[in-house]
Design a protein around this ligand. Sequence first.
Ligand code: KG4
Ligand code: ZN
Length: 341
Amino acid sequence: MPTVLAIETSCDETAVAVIRDRTILSNVVSSQILIHSVWGGVVPEIAARQHVETINYAIAQAYKDSGKTWAEIDGIAVTAAPGLIGALMVGVTAAKTLAMLHQKPLVGVHHLEGHICSAFLADPTLEPPFLCLLVSGGHSSLILVKDYGEYKVVGQTRDDAAGEAFDKVARLLGLGYPGGPAIDKIAATGNPKAFKLPQGKIADAPYDSSFSGLKTAVLRLTEKLAQANAELYPESLPELPLADIAASFQATVATALTTRAVNCALAHNLSTIVAVGGVAANSALRSQLVERAELNHLRAIFPPLSLCTDNAAMIGCAGAMHLAKGQTSPMTLAAQSRLDI
Ligand code: KG4
Ligand code: ZN
């Protein structure tokens, strides 16, 4: 199996890794979270500039950590789509430069295929077919992984993706950015049954998700609680039960995603569910999915947290798969902000 140096710059992580088949030889992730948190979200122009500042150091570090020489590296993989266009262009340009300089084949990778492949790194024995629950800042998708490189999207987000909902609700509750980890942390001390919130079911599309109604329901709930508080204690600042709200919101998202994933796996006769993407780091989703999978005699796989959020090891794994099949990209490879898997 090929040894691949991979680059990922689709959002706010400058990441470079070297992998061989399903083994990670090095994995460098330089996060811009602190820089963007000042603005309450990722600022595309700042992200691109930051990638330019960092990419050469990340490449040098990942190369050094891998213990490999350029002669031992068989190809250069890079996230080419989808993502922030300026950010993607930095990675694609760096990858082309390395490919030309070292005379290596170039492999453009779809970011979501990278997330799916994080499961192969987490469990080297995993083989298709399986169901992938891909939940990140931009996606809440259910994807049938029929074979290596063969995907069918059977469910997707109708409005706000799962991660987007976490980020927006966290902002609403004043918990900062990124919202997912902040909500996860405060929810640990709250009661997940404190408030009943809508799961956003869609009548004719049982595997699609809609979280914008849930976000609005949390907004209305906080307004109602703040008003009741102000009437009771007009002299003091309204205090909201933030932990209970966060726990109830998080449990609702986890139940919605778990129910859809389990039903989808059963309907398609699949015995394994793999949860990937940043939101797969969520503790409530992890525990609910493990429990419901066990009840239904399904296997649930979660990559470790470091492989759930954006990284280049997963891009390398997808790149190695393509390279082994002789699938490479031309030097005219262009970054694309949108692209179906
Ligand atoms: O996969 P990812 O790193 O980047 C994208 O491709 O979008 O996912 C980022 C998303 C953010 O919305 C973040 O709030 C969410 O994943 N996230 C979480 C947790 N950790 C990260 N959401 C819920 N619980 C977490 N523990
Ligand atoms: Zn991602």
